[in-house]
Design a protein around this ligand. Structure first.
Ligand code: MSP
Length: 526
């Protein structure tokens, strides 16, 4: 497989201290949209997600619940997989950092970095935030030594011997990387943050902990446990192993490396854009292609936190409203990269307006007209019968390319808006052309042209929206007469090239249309 044929994308490996929250769902939905889009583009795709299961935070959580750490991890990791099924996430790998295969990869990688002379024993003193699993500078803490991300918990003072990684040695190489590869860190604002942080000077960071059992031992010094982040980042590499191949770095890196895209939230940018490339440089492993740090979600304008009691349970949300509605809201309403807000009333209004009214009603009323005026078939038109200045055709001809560019640059909101613009044009076009009046006047050819143009535009919209709302898109395809006798959920053809299906004028004349049924039931507030 050549580099250009494959696309590997990752979500963070989520901590299992608690059940999945809406932040983890957000990154995972975005990753799934990217993966689905790249599959439509004809790439071989590997979508990697998983769980980060070691470290003090997890150990303490398990102790608090009176469970063995592994037992606790198994329970929570299963909860993540359940949510991903509900949200229709087509992941290929679920990487768990407590697996024995991962242990082998971490050990081999550690030994490579050790052999390079980049690990040494030193004294670590400082404030440690267990919730972040990170040492904090005193100047960055709130009064009472509280971390800004976890103001309810005090950071803990540590003064212990640790192994350190020589991060400072890689400062110039990192700066050169950010200069040479302008899209290594995206969006640009995050790149600037990293650039200014690294320019101020990098300090070596400790990669071992003492008095911590829950983790892998440092090879050759079992009194120390490998720092959870050093271990977790390598989970991306372990995930690349074929299920049956021996867990060696060579095998893991042979097929899918370098990863094309790491999707993460902005809070863990430093680990991915500074520590991770430096670790890879030390082990002489090529670097991933891109790291994209998205923004944070708030609820009704407020930071979400357990102590305020305003968190959003993604399982409850998807059980109530269904996967497509949630996927649509978060990807269309929030500019990817910016912070965004969830407000239930706004959510319901937006998905009802866009999916039930603009898109769903459009298909429904057009299909009903096609039943009445065209024997329930796609009108006997072809692309050539529709004049080039037809507003739907004019837009439709360029839409595929515009949307593809938006998806490529992770501008999901821009992609969805461009598609919805065509949908709204269709509604306007029908109102203006009034096919019911044309029919009464006996202008059959004109009726057929109007209906063909609308049905084809809806098809194109469904195709291009399918990475975001796969179920609704499939249902639209079914009603347009594709594979009518089958309940297969993936009606959209994965084998025809994107350029063929994202073109305008694809719908086959005389194709028998399906039964018109609402494709999206209006949502009601509780
Ligand atoms: N275990 C590490 C990642 C290791 S990757 C090798 C971790 N896990 S986490 O479960 O705490 O966070 C996972 C993701 O959720 C992060 O990308 C984080 O940005 C995201 N979010 C957590 N709260 C969030 C919001 N309120 N809004 C959006 N995303 C947020 O960090």
């Amino acid at each position: 497989m050549s580099y250009n044929d494959k696309f590997a994308v990752t979500t963070p490996l989520y901590y299992v201290n608690d059940l999945p929250h809406i932040g983890s769902a957000y990154t995972t939905m975005a990753a799934d949209v990217v993966a689905r889009f790249q599959r439509m583009r004809g790439k071989s795709v590997l979508l990697i997600t998983g769980t980060d299961e070691h470290g003090q935070k997890i150990q303490r959580t398990a102790e608090g619940l009176k469970l063995a750490p592994q037992e606790h991890c198994d329970l929570v990791a299963a909860g993540f997989e359940v949510l991903w099924q509900k949200l229709n996430i087509q992941y290929d790998r679920f990487s768990r950092t407590t697996s024995s295969r991962h242990a082998a990869i971490v050990k081999e990688f550690f030994q490579k970095v050790w052999a390079k002379g980049d690990i040494y024993l030193g004294q670590q003193t400082g404030w440690y935030c267990v919730s972040c699993e990170e040492f904090k500078e005193e100047r960055d803490l709130l009064p009472g030594h509280r971390c800004t991300l976890h103001p309810n918990r005090e950071a803990e003072w540590r003064d212990e011997q640790n192994y350190f990684f020589r991060l400072s040695k890689y400062q110039n190489q990192l700066l050169a990387l950010y200069q040479e590869r302008l899209d290594f860190i995206l969006p640009a604002s995050r790149r600037n943050e990293v650039l200014s942080f690294v320019s101020q000077g990098l300090q070596d960071f400790s990669i071992s902990r003492v008095n911590l059992e829950w983790g892998f031992p440092i090879p050759g010094d079992p009194n120390h446990t490998i720092y959870v982040w050093f271990d977790a980042l390598l989970g991306y590499v372990t995930a690349l192993l074929d299920p049956t191949s021996e867990p060696t770095l060579e095998n893991a890196l042979s097929k899918w490396w370098p990863i094309n895209l790491h999707l993460i939230g902005k809070d863990i940018l430093r680990f991915h854009a500074i520590y991770w490339p430096a670790m890879l440089m030390s082990a002489d492993v090529p670097l991933p292609e891109r790291v994209f740090g998205h923004g944070f979600l708030t609820k009704n304008g407020q930071k979400m936190s357990k102590s305020i009691g305003n968190t959003i349970d993604p399982v409850a949300l998807v059980d109530r409203y269904g996967a497509d509605a949630i996927r649509y809201y978060f990807l269309k309403e929030i500019e990817f990269g910016q912070d965004g807000d969830f407000n239930e009333t706004r959510f319901v209004n937006i998905v009802n307006a866009d999916l039930a009214n603009d898109l769903g009603n459009l298909l429904n009323r057009t299909l009903k007209m096609a039943q009445k005026y065209c024997d329930g078939q796609v009108p006997a038109c072809s692309d050539e019968d529709i004049p080039a200045d037809n507003p739907l055709k004019a837009q439709g001809l360029t839409l595929g390319e515009r949307v593809a560019q938006a998806y490529e640059s992770l501008a999901f909101s821009e992609a969805a808006n461009a598609i919805l613009t065509l949908v709204r044009y269709c509604n306007k076009w029908i109102d203006e052309q009034a096919p019911w009046a044309l029919y009464k006047q006996g202008q059959q050819q004109k009726v057929e042209q109007v209906l063909y143009a609308v049905l084809e535009s809806v098809r194109l919209a469904a195709y291009l929206l399918s990475p975001i709302i796969p179920d609704i898109s499939s249902e639209i395809y079914r009603q347009l007469g594709y594979l009518t006798n089958c309940n297969d959920k993936t009606l959209i053809n994965d084998t025809l090239p994107f350029t063929t299906q994202a073109a305008w004028g694809v719908l086959a004349a005389k194709q028998t249309l399906g039964e018109p049924k609402p494709v999206f039931a209006r949502l009601e507030l509780p």
